[in-house]
Design a protein around this ligand. Structure first.
Ligand code: NAI
Ligand code: MG
Length: 364
C-alpha cells in the first residue's frame, strides 16, 4: 500500500528544470485531486548552481537528514556549465543521491507516443512499448583498477568489472517482477557471455536460477548478446517488453531505446531503491538546456511523464494510467498552437503543460 501521505521532495535545479517543474507539479496535483490521492510536496532550492554560487556547495550539510524523510525526490535538471563546471554540479548533487540512496534500478520507459514521429520508418504509436531496466551501482562502472609504468613503454591500465550475487540478483529479480505485472510478461536479458567469459556467464547463470522460481513461472525470458540486441532494438523494437542489462549495457540501451521513440524533451527516467529504505528519484532524461532556458519553450512532457512514473512506482496505478493517457491524447491531437517548438509546434511550456493538466481531469 502506498504511504499516506506520499511525501515528495521537489528539487527543480537549474535552467529549464525550473520551467518544467511547475507543470510537473500541476499535473501531479491534478492527478491527486482527480483520483483522490494524498501527496505532500516540500520544496528545496539546493542541488542547483544558484545555490552553489551563494553557498559554495551544491548541498547543505544536513541534506541527507532532510531528504530521507521523503518517499520520493521529484527532480528537474542540474547544470549551468558557464558558471559551474558540470563535474561539480552533477557529482555534488544528483550523483550523490543516486549513490548514497542505493538507487540500484534505473528505469527508462520507451514508448512511441501518438503524434511523435519515430526516427525508425514505418513505426506507429503502440508499436514500441518497452522498458529498459539498468543496474545502477556496480558492474563495469567500478573504480577498481589502476595504471602502472605510467609514461613508459610498459604503460598498463586495468579496470575490473564487479558483479556481486546481491547486486545481480536484485536487478534481475526487479526485472522479472516488473514483467510479471505487465500484460506481455516478457524479459529480455542483455548479455555478452561469448566474449566476456567470467562476469557475463555469471549474469546468465543467476538469471537461470531466478527465472526458475515458481513465482516467475508465467514470465517468458530470453537473452541476446548486446551487439545483436542493439540491432533488434532498431529493426524489431516490437519484440521487447522488459529489457534488463548490467550498468554498461543498460546505459547504452537506455539511450538507444528512447532515441527510437522520438525527442529528448519527452523522455522520463526513474532511479529506484525498490525496498524504500531510501527515497527514489524521478526526473526527465534531459538536462537544463541552457540554450533555450528562459524562453518558456521547454517541453514539459519529460517532467510530467517522470511524475507519472512516480505514481506508478508507488502503486497509484489508475492515476498513472490516467496521466499517461492524458499525455497521449494531447500529443495525439497534434495542435500546433499547443505543442512546443521541439515537436514542430508554436506553443510554449505553458500551453502544453496546461493542456495536459486539463486532460488529466477529462480522462479521469
Ligand atoms: P540537455 O538535455 O540540457 O540539452 C540537449 C539539447 O536538447 C539542447 O539543444 C536542448 O535545448 C534540447 N532539449 C533538452 N531538453 C529539452 C526540452 N525539455 N524541450 C526542448 N528541448 C530540449 O543536454 P546538454 O546541453 O548536454 O547539457 C546542458 C546541461 O545540463 C549541462 O550542465 C549538463 O551537465 C546538464 N545535464 C543534466 C542532466 C540531469 O540533470 N539529469 C542530464 C543531462 C545534462
Ligand atoms: Mg547515458
Amino acid at each position: 500500500n502506498p504511504p499516506t501521505p506520499l511525501k515528495i521532495a521537489v528539487i527543480p535545479g537549474d535552467g529549464i528544470g525550473t520551467e518544467v517543474m511547475p507543470h510537473g507539479l500541476h499535473c501531479l496535483r491534478a492527478a491527486a485531486s482527480a483520483y483522490n490521492l494524498s501527496l505532500q510536496f516540500t520544496h528545496y532550492a539546493f542541488a542547483s548552481c544558484a545555490y552553489y554560487l551563494t553557498h559554495g556547495t551544491m548541498l547543505p550539510a544536513d541534506w541527507k537528514a532532510l531528504l530521507s524523510t521523503h518517499d520520493a525526490i521529484y527532480f528537474g535538471a542540474v547544470g549551468m556549465p558557464n558558471q559551474v563546471p558540470d563535474h561539480i554540479s552533477a557529482w555534488g548533487s544528483l550523483l550523490r543521491f543516486r549513490r548514497e540512496y542505493d538507487q540500484y534500478v534505473n528505469l527508462r520507459p520507451c514508448r512511441l507516443m501518438p503524434g511523435v514521429p519515430s526516427p525508425l520508418s514505418g513505426k506507429r504509436a503502440g508499436d514500441i512499448d518497452f522498458v529498459v531496466v539498468r543496474e545502477n551501482t556496480e558492474g563495469e562502472y567500478s573504480s577498481i583498477g589502476g595504471r602502472i609504468f605510467a609514461g613508459t613503454e610498459r604503460e598498463t591500465v586495468v579496470q575490473e568489472t564487479v558483479m556481486t550475487r546481491v547486486g545481480v540478483d536484485r536487478i534481475l529479480r526487479y526485472a522479472l517482477e516488473l514483467a510479471k505485472r505487465r500484460p506481455r510478461k516478457h524479459v529480455t536479458s542483455a548479455t555478452k557471455s561469448n566474449g566476456i567469459s567470467i562476469t557475463m556467464p555469471y549474469w546468465d547463470e543467476r538469471m537461470d536460477v531466478l527465472r526458475a522460481e515458481p513465482e516467475f513461472e508465467d514470465v517468458r525470458v530470453d537473452k541476446f548478446h548486446i551487439d545483436i540486441l542493439t540491432a533488434w532494438m532498431v529493426l524489431r523494437p516490437e519484440q521487447f517488453d522488459v529489457v534488463v542489462g548490467s550498468n554498461l549495457f543498460g546505459d547504452i540501451l537506455s539511450d538507444l531505446g528512447p532515441a527510437c521513440t522520438g525527442t529528448i524533451g519527452i523522455a522520463p527516467s526513474a532511479n529506484i531503491n525498490p525496498e524504500g529504505r531510501f527515497p527514489s528519484l524521478f526526473e526527465p532524461v534531459h538536462g537544463s538546456a541552457p540554450d533555450i532556458a528562459g524562453k518558456g519553450i521547454a517541453n514539459p512532457v519529460g517532467m510530467i511523464w517522470a511524475g507519472q512514473m512516480l505514481l506508478e512506482h508507488f502503486g497509484f496505478g489508475e492515476a498513472a494510467k490516467g496521466v499517461l493517457t492524458a499525455i497521449e491524447n494531447v500529443l495525439g491531437r497534434g495542435e500546433v498552437g499547443v505543442l512546443t517548438p521541439d515537436m514542430k509546434g508554436e506553443g510554449t511550456t505553458d500551453t502544453l503543460g496546461r493542456a495536459i493538466e486539463r486532460e488529466i481531469f477529462e480522462v479521469a
